[in-house]
Design a protein around this ligand. Structure first.
Ligand code: PLP
Ligand code: COI
Length: 363
């Protein structure tokens, strides 16, 4: 792919490696540039890297009215030798196209998506935050730009990649367990809907539920299926639990659950973890009974932003609380977190193809 580089003048760009003074937070900061590409006349074209800034769009742009917009979330890590590696972005590119299909956005070549990410990191490599546990969070997204008010797929789109030097997603970090609300009031997805995609509207629909969770002192909602009998996932991560024999269980992927790349990775890491990792239909009734009997000893969430987030307790709308184990971070979760982040940072060897070095070309 030919990329047109329209960069900020050298003097206005970051001059030295970014060493944050305080907490970096999640998703607040941006790097100097962004990648853009347009879809017009039936093809993706005009790949360019430009200064991060406003995007001009007509008020009739269809993404604004009908939510034809999808995104991905990926990460890159710096190793001790200063080189940057992306983590499984081939899977993000594949899932972007799965989301695209679900909301009728044209397919975007997966190699092109990965090249766009690598080219942008290369240009803004000084933005990698040199701080324990921090990384570059990568946000590729596609949105409909045609100026038309009838409801049908847009004929014009923009693909954009922005990056955010980031730390932990939950303020409590990975060392503290969060509480989730189990609710029958709100649902994230329905069969035949858009739940298995990263369509922007899924996240708009989760905001009211997250507010409801906060009213109960919970960090997020653990969604049930539309019959209120099976566990699905959390607003920004898949859910898992650990049985007392060490088996890690992730609810089976359906068209109401996002196929998490972190979950897919864990499913392949059983041997490294020394336990079985599998998927099952998880019934709420059994889940509660098994926590109460001590059969389930740990629980948490998997996600790019969330990594492995421990869940210490669940609250129901009648204010009943159930605590998992002793409510703190258990040994299996610690092991998963250490192994996963160890592979991301290059301290533990990852399976072939999981990491890709960002070659130095322009940066
Ligand atoms: N589920 C939802 C709804 C999400 O938004 C995310 C985050 O992308 C995940 C699960 C975790 O997926 P992944 O591990 O690919 O980041
Ligand atoms: C991610 O984990 O990358 C996500 O996309 C979740 C996001 C909603 C913060």
């Amino acid at each position: 792919m030919k990329i047109d580089y329209q960069l900020k003048p050298e003097t206005e760009r970051r001059q030295q490696q970014f060493v944050p003074e305080g907490e970096v937070g999640f998703g607040r900061l941006r790097t100097d540039h962004m990648f853009l590409m347009d879809y017009e006349n039936g093809e993706w074209q005009n790949a360019r890297i430009v200064p991060y800034g406003p995007i001009e769009m007509m008020p009739g742009a269809m993404c604004i009215h009908y939510g034809q917009s999808i995104f991905e979330g990926a990460k890159a890590f710096m190793r001790d030798d200063g080189e940057i590696y992306t983590w499984r972005i081939d899977k993000n590119a594949e899932r972007m196209n799965n989301s695209a299909e679900i909301v009728c956005i044209p397919h975007l070549d997966e190699t092109t998506q990965q090249q766009a990410i690598h080219a942008l990191i290369d240009i803004d490599r000084l933005w990698f935050p040199k701080q324990q546990g921090a990384c570059l969070y990568i946000r590729p997204f596609i949105f409909a730009t045609e100026d038309r008010l009838s409801v049908s797929p847009s004929e014009k789109y923009t693909f954009c990649v922005v990056m955010s030097p980031s730390g932990a997603y939950y303020k409590t970090g990975a060392n503290n367990a969060i509480r989730l609300l189990i609710t029958e009031t709100y649902h994230r997805a329905v069969p035949g809907g858009t739940g298995s995609s990263k369509a922007a509207g899924n996240y708009a629909a989760s905001l009211r539920a997250a507010k409801h969770a906060a009213d109960f002192g919970a960090a997020q909602v653990l969604y049930l299926d539309s019959t209120n009998t099976k566990l699905e996932e959390v607003g920004a991560m898949n859910h898992f639990h650990v049985r007392k024999d060490g088996t890690i269980i992730i609810p089976e992927f359906t068209d109401t659950i996002l196929k998490s790349i972190t979950s897919l990775s864990m499913l392949e890491m059983g041997e490294m973890l020394g336990c079985e990792v599998k998927q099952e239909t998880v019934y709420l009734k059994d889940f509660i009974a098994d926590i109460e009997s001590g059969e389930i000893v740990e629980a948490g969430g998997f996600g790019t932003a969330a990594v492995v987030s421990p869940v210490g307790s669940y609250i129901f709308e009648d204010k009943r609380v159930i605590t998992v184990g002793d409510g703190n971070v258990g040994p299996t979760i610690k092991k998963m977190y250490e192994l996963y982040t160890g592979m991301q940072l290059g301290n533990v060897e990852a399976p072939a193809g999981w990491v890709q070095k960002v070659e130095r070309q322009h940066g």
